[in-house]
Ligand binder design. Structure first.
Ligand SMILES: CC(C)(COP(=O)(O)OP(=O)(O)OC[C@H]1O[C@@H](n2cnc3c(N)ncnc32)[C@H](O)[C@@H]1OP(=O)(O)O)[C@@H](O)C(=O)NCCC(=O)NCCS
Length: 177
């Protein structure tokens, strides 16, 4: 369990899945996150996504549930783990819209950076975010991520093409901040 000022990051349990299912079927939440176009999700797909029945955790990722005010509000984690280069992708998804824009995301990202750099010895974290996700971009910048590049008109989102922004932070930069 990782404790921040506003959120706790903890393992994902089977009982969490129905709430995740409702997050994944909320079009506004799906569009905010971008990525694949929204499609109706089933409980089976959510079970597969979180690998809840796997005997061994998938070494390419580490998932956490995000809890705030005693409620499950989303998930975050390390993905695309590259043990050789000591890099990984940071992903975050707050599915409870009541919790958007109040500093919960920033707190979760700070916890994850501390976990990745200090406890897992990663050297670089990176992420992708679509250019219209201002809330996400501002939260990531405030945690030390900088824009490293942009894939222009890369993603079809809600009736138009938007840029995909690549952001990253190195351990030394994180330490200095
Ligand atoms: C992106 C996300 C993790 C950010 O977490 P959050 O708790 O909402 O964000 P925070 O409150 O920590 O920070 C938001 C920042 O955007 C600003 N902001 C808040 N509402 C905003 C809005 N409607 N438009 C633009 N900026 C906004 C805040 O002022 C803050 O900036 P500041 O630090 O410069 O003051 C969360 O909103 C989320 O999960 N959204 C849905 C899924 C998603 O977008 N996932 C990320 C995919 S890359």
């Amino acid at each position: 369990m990782l404790l921040g000022e506003k959120v706790a990051l903890r393992p994902i349990f089977r009982d969490d899945l129905p709430r995740f299912l409702s997050f994944f079927n909320d079009i506004e939440v799906e569009l905010a996150g971008g990525g694949d176009p929204p499609t109706p999700k089933t409980l089976k797909e959510v079970e597969k996504f979180f690998d809840v029945d796997a005997d061994k955790p998938d070494p390419s990722k580490t998932n956490f549930a995000i809890e705030a005010d005693g409620k499950l509000v989303g998930f975050c984690g390390l993905f695309e783990i590259d043990e050789t280069s000591r890099t990984c992708e940071l992903g975050i998804f707050i599915g409870d819209k009541e919790f958007w824009g109040h500093g919960y995301g920033r707190d979760a990202v700070r916890l994850l950076l501390d976990y990745a750099f200090r406890l897992r010895n990663f050297r670089r974290m990176w992420l992708e975010v679509h250019s219209e996700n201002e809330r996400g971009i501002r939260a990531y910048k405030s945690c030390g991520f900088i824009e490293e590049g942009r894939l222009r008109e890369h993603t079809w989102l809600d009736g138009r093409y938007v840029d995909m922004v690549l952001m990253g932070v190195l351990r030394d930069e994180w330490r200095r901040s």
